[in-house]
Design a protein around this ligand. Structure first.
Ligand SMILES: NC(=O)c1ccc[n+]([C@@H]2O[C@H](COP(=O)([O-])OP(=O)(O)OC[C@H]3O[C@@H](n4cnc5c(N)ncnc54)[C@H](OP(=O)(O)O)[C@@H]3O)[C@@H](O)[C@H]2O)c1
Length: 347
């Protein structure tokens, strides 16, 4: 029997998750049976069918009185703004895939469990490591999942991109310090033209007119996955006026000698042998749009690797912040649920 999923928050990542699952080899093993999203049903159906970034949905999407029918499978749609307002228990679910970004603390996330959702997969890091049972960067630590977890975070798109690369560079060269700068495409928490934002003055500014520095939890997110680097990582993030695909520039100092060729060699090897399908590399003369709908967590642009002296280097990564991340959510979900079902007495 396919496992039963619900998506809470059907925005960019919620819809990308549905599509990534639809395009994945595990597609037959899962069914999205419910979506909870404040928007009206007609808009939900429309934005399932048409997407300016990822194109038309490769399947049939129909509307009924209370939901969608996707390729013949019914999906109940609710419009609640709190976990308690949805009868998750009645849906006989395996996992709620939480993509609203509105619930970060354990007490908030446990509201889903109390309301009848057996497990929650989060599309962001949560507030802190202690707020979730596990934080997964697929390819780096997914093997640590036991299957008994109730709340699992898929970390962030930037953490998924940076952690495999930092792990490899640390092993090869002994990482002393690293500074990361994310150049991130615009998101739905920014207005198209200037408008009010409840918490952040920078997010009042038109996403399409400016390069806008914003806050980021990337450094702390990396430390959560690679605790031995704690206190040696810092990061800043800049939103840029593109609709999708982002980049991270990593500058790092090392304990052992480092150079352009050596960095590219270890990262090419890691892409081909240790992280196939997750990390890739290219030395073509790229622009960011080349990676739209690319499922990798990161692509190392080896043409942009630089070194200064013998202990300072920088690396440029590209990543589809939507599709790469949604693809990892599918991978993490699949591994987690396989572990759960393999337990002697599955929950
Ligand atoms: N976009 C990315 O590149 C990316 C990548 C990785 C991770 N993430 C993370 O994923 C989360 C979602 O990001 P997103 O870009 O998908 O945002 P988004 O496009 O704004 O989608 C969030 C959706 O959730 C809805 N929502 C709000 N409150 C809700 C509630 N209480 N219950 C159910 N749905 C609710 C929103 O409706 P309203 O618009 O009406 O509020 C919106 O439709 C964030 O935590 C983000 O950091 C995003």
């Amino acid at each position: 029997m396919p496992l039963r999923l619900a998506i809470n928050g059907y925005g960019r990542i919620g819809r990308c998750f549905l599509r990534a699952l639809h395009e994945s080899p595990f597609r037959e093993r899962y069914r999205v049976v419910a979506i909870n999203e404040p928007a009206d049903l007609a808009s939900i159906a429309y934005l399932t069918r048409f997407d300016s970034t990822h194109g038309r949905f490769p399947g049939k999407v129909e509307t009924t009185a209370d939901g969608l029918v996707i390729d013949g499978e019914p999906v109940t749609v609710t419009h609640a703004d709190s976990p308690e307002a949805v009868d998750w228990a009645a849906m006989n679910l395996d996992v709620v895939v939480e993509c609203s970004g509105r619930y970060g603390r354990r007490l908030e996330l446990e509201r889903f469990l109390k309301a009848g959702a057996p497990r929650v997969l989060l599309s962001h890091p949560g507030h802190g490591a202690e707020d979730v049972d596990a934080t997964v960067v697929y390819g780096v630590n997914h093997e640590a999942l036991s299957g008994a977890e109730r709340i699992v975070s898929n970390a962030s798109c930037t953490t998924n991109a940076a952690v495999p690369v930092l792990a490899v560079l640390d092993e090869a060269f002994g990482l002393e310090h690293a500074l990361l700068t994310t150049l991130h495409s615009a998101m739905n928490d920014q207005p198209l033209i200037d408008g009010y934002h409840h918490a952040d003055l920078r997010r009042t500014r038109s996403a399409m007119q400016s390069i806008i520095p914003v806050s980021t939890g990337l450094a702390r997110g990396i430390e959560r996955l690679l605790p031995k680097l704690a206190g040696r990582i810092e990061a800043k993030a800049v939103r840029v006026p593109t609709h999708n695909v982002s980049a991270i520039d990593i500058a790092l100092t090392t304990r052992r000698d480092v150079g352009v060729e050596a960095v590219n060699r270890v990262l090419r090897e890691a892409a081909e042998t240790r992280f196939p399908g997750l990390l890739a590399w290219s030395d073509d003369p790229h622009a960011s749009i080349d990676f739209n709908h690319d499922p990798h967590s990161a692509i190392v642009d080896t043409s942009q690797t630089r070194a200064s002296g013998t202990r300072l280097a920088s690396v440029l990564l590209w990543f589809d912040n939507e599709w790469g991340f949604a693809s990892r959510m599918v991978d993490t979900l699949h591994h987690w649920q396989a572990r759960r079902r393999a337990r002697p007495t599955p929950d």
